[in-house]
Design a protein around this ligand. Structure first.
Ligand SMILES: O=CCS(=O)(=O)O
Length: 163
C-alpha cells in the first residue's frame, strides 16, 4: 500500500476536514491529495506555529483539524502547543515527517530528529510511530478519537523508513 495514500485514507476515515501544512519532501504527495480534496479545507502556511493558530480557530468553528509538518517545526511550536492547545484542551492530529531518523540524508536534521520525542514528552503530547502504511491506516483514525477524548494534540511520527 502507498504510504501517502494510507495516511490520507486514515485522515479521511477520522473525518479530518481542515488541514494546515508546512512542506517537507516526504509530505509532498500527501499534501497534493489533501489539496485536491473538495471536502478538506487546506491552508498551506509558512510556519508551524501559524498553522496551529489557524487550526485552533478552525476547531472552535467546528472543524476536525490536522497539521502536516516536519519535526523540525516542533521547535517553533512549543509555546502554541502549551499555551493554546494544552491549556484549552484542543485536539489536533500532528502528522509529522520525522526527519533525522535512520536513512536521513541531511546532517542538519539529526539533532531535532533526536530531540523530537523528548519535546513531545515534555509537553505531555502522546505520539504513535506507525512503521507501515497498513499500521497508519488503522492508527490514524484511532488517534483522532484519542485526541478528541483527551482534548489534546496527538502526534503521528512517520520516520524516513515509513515512506
Ligand atoms: O527541511 C528540509 C527540506 S526537505 O528535505 O524537506 O526538502
Amino acid at each position: 500500500m502507498d504510504s501517502s495514500q494510507a495516511v490520507y485514507d486514515g485522515l479521511k476515515k477520522a473525518g479530518i476536514d481542515f488541514v494546515v501544512s508546512v512542506p517537507c519532501v516526504n509530505l509532498g504527495k500527501l499534501m497534493e491529495m489533501v489539496d485536491c480534496d473538495p471536502d478538506i479545507i487546506h491552508v498551506p502556511v509558512t510556519r508551524e506555529e501559524e498553522g496551529f493558530g489557524i487550526a485552533a480557530g478552525a476547531y472552535l468553528g467546528g472543524k476536525k483539524p490536522a497539521i502536516l509538518m516536519q519535526n523540525s517545526g516542533l521547535g517553533n511550536s512549543v509555546n502554541v502547543l502549551a499555551s493554546l492547545f494544552k491549556l484549552y484542551q484542543f485536539p489536533i492530529l500532528m502528522v509529522i515527517s520525522h526527519r533525522g531518523t535512520e536513512g536521513e540524508f541531511m546532517g542538519a536534521q539529526i539533532p531535532m530528529g533526536e530531540a523530537t520525542t523528548g519535546i513531545l514528552d515534555t509537553l505531555e503530547i502522546a505520539y504513535i510511530n506507525p512503521k507501515t502504511p497498513e499500521e497508519a491506516l488503522k492508527l490514524v483514525p484511532e488517534s483522532w478519537l484519542l485526541a478528541e477524548l483527551a482534548g489534546s494534540p496527538l502526534a503521528i511520527l512517520l520516520e524516513i523508513s515509513f515512506w
